[in-house]
Design a protein around this ligand. Structure first.
Ligand code: SF4
Length: 370
């Protein structure tokens, strides 16, 4: 069945009815199961699960340690261009905002890469806005080729490409794709994405699949929490992960659950996700997908990120700047505010002090079998 059809099976009304009818019995059953259904996942996200969060947290920690040991992968983003044709209402890089834009030359990308690599980072995530006339496929290929010289497995978080685009970047050494559907809610999606190519919901939805069928090894997906009903978006993400897992069994799939953190205070958050709801969601995903990576970004505070180490997190960014050229030039402004500004060294030390193993390098495309 097509992904779009699978998503239709769990509209917001069905999610709400299932949550309302969830019993304590059902929650306890979900906690002890090895393979969870969407109904089990919803039980863990329901109000009926709240009195059992401690028990769910213990199970989440045990599953994370079983599958990942105490290791936490550290990576950092590199922003190379903030020109963007899209009008995402929640983003400071939106085409509607008048700001000085920056677009790194390949030599500037190399300088930025060199500075980042000197911090010990080996996993890098390359980001751009969506301006294909500036950040076109040749520019992206050149950028990935430079990053490959400094990092083990360059990942990208850029605009949705067609199959040919993903194949070209994979051939240059791009290894992993992070792409957020932002919200899976088809009614709300156009209001948040009123202009530009990103307004095409289905083209974005199908991007992870295009990447995996054109040479990418790994994909991270998730919603941007705060745009729509959080639990319906969580269920849609779970369905999307299942779909990809069933079709691309060799792919490394991960989930990331960023909460909106706009840099511009005029941007209001229609569906705020509070700390306890956020933690409950991380726990539910860990029980649903025990072997999948779970990224927690610097949008979260240091104390929240430290707490999530024992609740399911497996990947964390450090030494982060969300500005173009933020490691080599200091005058640019970022895409969103970060809350955890720890450097790579600080993050490594904190992880070690908390009993975790910081991992800088867990995959190298050079050694993969053809
Ligand atoms: S979220 Fe991405 S696509 Fe949307 S305006 Fe910001 S940079 Fe552009």
């Amino acid at each position: 069945m097509a992904l779009q059809e699978l998503l239709k099976e769990w509209p917001e009304i069905r999610v709400a009815e299932t949550l309302a009818s969830t019993t304590e019995q059902r929650v306890l059953g979900a906690i002890s199961k090895d393979i969870l259904t969407i109904e089990d996942f919803l039980a863990l996200l329901s109000p009926a699960a709240l009195p059992h969060l401690e028990t769910i947290a213990e199970r989440a920690n045990a599953l994370t340690r079983r599958h990942f040991g105490n290791s936490i992968l550290i990576f950092t983003p590199i922003y190379i261009s903030d020109f963007c044709e899209n009008g995402c209402t929640y983003c400071s890089f939106s085409s509607k905002h008048h700001m000085k834009r920056h677009h790194l030359s390949i030599a500037e990308i190399e300088l930025e890469a060199k500075l980042i690599s000197e911090t010990g980072i080996r996993h890098i995530l390359m980001l751009t806005g969506e301006a294909p006339k500036k950040a076109n496929i040749i520019y992206l290929q050149d950028a990935v080729s430079v990053l490959k010289r400094y990092f083990s497995a360059p990942a990208i978080e850029i605009y949705a490409l067609d199959s040919d685009g993903y194949a070209k970047l994979a051939a240059c050494g791009a290894d992993a794709l992070t792409i957020y559907q932002e919200t899976y809610n088809r009614e709300l999606y156009p209001a948040y994405h009123p202009a530009g190519p990103k307004a095409d919901y289905d083209f974005r939805l199908e991007a992870p699949e295009r990447a995996l069928s054109n040479g990418f090894r790994a994909v991270t997906i998730g919603p941007l929490l705060g745009l729509a009903d959080r639990i319906t978006d969580a269920v849609s993400t779970a369905i999307h992960l299942d779909y990809l897992q069933n079709k691309y069994s060799a792919a490394e799939l991960s989930v990331s659950l960023p909460r909106i953190r706009p840099i511009n205070q005029d941007i209001s958050i229609r569906y705020p996700v509070h700390d306890r709801e956020f933690v409950q969601m991380i726990l539910a995903f860990r029980l649903l997908k025990p072997h999948m990576g779970l990224t927690v970004s610097t949008r979260e505070s240091k104390s929240m990120r430290n707490a999530l180490l024992r609740l399911g997190a497996t990947k964390m960014s450090a030494g982060v700047s969300t500005a173009v050229g933020g490691h080599s030039a200091k005058e640019t402004s970022g895409q969103f505010e970060i809350d955890d500004s720890r450097s790579v060294d600080e993050m490594k030390n904190d992880l070690l002090n908390l009993g975790f193993q910081p991992v800088m390098h867990d995959w190298n495309h050079r050694f993969s079998l053809e």
